[in-house]
Design a protein. Structure first.
Length: 148
């Protein structure tokens, strides 16, 4: 199977003035959307990057007329797929108020939800890939859309 092409950058929505600035438990500064399900890093290497719950990812990509990959395994055959696709290891946002794994792990949602858990991919490097199946759909992952 040929992998559908991905957009060159991660999906983002417009950051409005009604977003709230706060500091996560580990000292990372974030903006939080009014719906409290999208977060944007304020400082550091990942400033401007956004994390979405699975529901927010589905809602916002649908509004934008975009789609998220259903199956990440079609991209992982190449040992350096994260670098080739420009995927970033910007970590995860946990709704308990913590961000973690910045610079060490990348997390991206897929469009698959089984009624209890959402699915996606996590990676350290191209040779250390693990599907993020069974993750809480309330965690904040990055989003990469399919090219139209």
């Amino acid at each position: 199977m040929i992998a559908p092409q991905l957009e060159d950058t991660d999906f983002k929505i417009t950051h409005d003035d009604d977003w709230t600035l706060f500091t996560a438990e580990n000292g990372v500064k974030l903006y939080q959307s009014p719906t409290k399900d999208i977060w944007e890093f304020v400082e550091g290497e990942f400033a401007g990057e956004q994390k979405f719950t699975w529901d927010a990812a589905m809602r916002e990509t649908k509004k934008a007329g975009k789609e998220i990959p259903e199956d990440w395994s079609v991209y992982t055959n190449d040992s350096d797929f994260p670098e080739k696709l420009g995927l970033r290891k910007s970590g995860i946002y946990n709704r308990s108020g913590t961000t973690y794994n910045h610079g060490t792990l990348g997390y991206y949602w897929s469009s698959v939800f089984d009624g209890t858990h959402a699915f996606g991919i996590s990676f350290k490097s191209g040779t250390e890939v693990c599907e993020a199946g069974g993750k809480s759909f309330t965690a904040g992952f990055s989003v990469r859309c399919l090219k139209q």
